[in-house]
Write a protein that binds this ligand. Structure first.
Ligand code: SAH
Length: 350
């Protein structure tokens, strides 16, 4: 872990409105300044204090001395010629880069954000983890990805998925604070129901999240229906069994009433056979859930091959026949390094 990592309490955009009120009082400022500044940061998406026209210069100066004010530099924007999906590469204050993706649907704009720089989970098919974990993102740095894209497009973001690089449950405290700020009525006020968090399956954190009783969607990256096969694809499966995972998924549903999404990336001849579909039905058939099938995105450094179209269809049909809710994820932005971590890797190499 990077020792220069900033404390979120010194990061003004990671503070809640009530925390900011206390800070203002400690500085001898009027409490209403907190609300004004909070709205500049989280509603009007100000890139710096200069944009905050009703904030006195003396207060802005004090804040500059006392806190960091994170902003992202847009390094690159790639737009898919196929579906208008845009991939953004952003540079953080310390020079690290992260990727975010904007997907445009009929029902609104959806942004997929990263939660860490790199990742230490080691999933074999994933590009984000190839160089390990660099550092956690601050709550503000997760928000900034959405803010920068909103500023860039001038369009409201209605859905947020924490499905980019990084493992959100490995950055749990910052994740929860990020959700609190994102869904705050004094900020972008995005509904909890429009937020999805995807995890490779860190059971104790999933349980903790369930106890918070948020209305967000929890997505579990399953990718295999037996422990043996899952261990081949995902090292995290050495720590938590499918039995424990299914238990915590039931618990999440009990606590929140939200059905679980299972992500299942289909890899040719690895997890896409009839037998795999049958085992998957046995595993999850009793749960209130939804399955998202994703034809694996080939990553140059890995030798996994995407399942054939007919195998994907057959897999879907088999699950549906057993009464399971399934969608095949539209592959958006394939022409622009769609798979997690690929754009950043290519950029770093140059
Ligand atoms: N760490 C979290 C979120 C980031 S990955 C998690 O594991 O869920 C988002 C999703 O994309 C996960 O389901 C992940 O397994 C999947 N994924 C990663 N690389 C992929 C690839 N090359 N092809 C298809 N899916 C991939």
């Amino acid at each position: 872990m990077n020792h220069t990592e900033i404390e979120y309490t010194k990061d003004i955009k990671s503070l809640t409105l009530s925390e900011l009120k206390i800070e203002m009082e400690l500085m001898g400022e009027k409490a209403f300044r907190a609300k004004q500044m909070y709205e500049w940061m989280h509603k009007k998406l100000a890139a710096d204090y200069e944009e905050m026209t009703n904030i006195p210069a003396a207060l802005a100066d004090k804040c500059r001395k006392q806190y960091t004010y994170t902003v992202l530099k847009t390094v690159r924007v790639q737009e898919s010629q196929m579906d208008g999906t845009r991939k953004y590469l952003f540079e953080l204050a310390d020079g690290n880069t992260v990727e975010s993706v904007l997907m445009r649907y009929k029902h609104g704009n959806s942004v997929c954000i990263s939660s860490q720089v790199g990742c230490r989970m080691g999933c074999r098919f994933c590009a984000s983890t190839l160089d390990g974990l660099e550092r956690n993102l601050l709550p503000s740095e997760m928000l900034d990805q959405i803010y920068a894209i909103t500023r860039h497009t001038g369009e409201r973001v209605s859905n947020v998925v924490v499905m980019g690089s990084g493992e959100p449950m490995d950055n749990y405290d910052h994740l929860l604070r990020f959700i609190e700020l994102l869904t705050d009525e004094n900020g972008l006020n995005i509904s909890q129901r429009n937020v999805t968090v995807s995890t490779c399956g860190i059971v104790p954190k999933m349980r903790q999240l369930a106890d918070r009783k948020l209305q967000i969607t929890l997505a579990l990256s399953l990718h295999a229906a037996t422990d043996e096969k899952r261990r081949m694809l995902m090292p995290v499966a050495d720590s938590y069994s499918l039995h424990e995972l299914m238990e915590v998924c039931s618990y999440y549903f009990e606590q929140t009433g939200r059905r679980i999404t299972f992500e299942y990336s289909l890899v040719k001849d690895v997890n896409d056979t009839d037998e795999d579909a049958r085992k998957l039905t046995e595993l999850i058939g009793h749960l209130n859930c939804h399955v998202n099938l994703i034809p694996v995105n080939p990553v140059k450094e890995r030798d996994y091959v995407q399942s054939e179209r007919h195998a994907v269809e057959a897999f879907k049909n088999k699950l549906e026949k057993n009464g399971i809710n399934v969608t095949i994820r539209r592959e958006m932005g394939r022409d622009i390094d769609g798979a997690c971590g690929q754009l950043r890797r290519r950029y770093m190499k140059q």
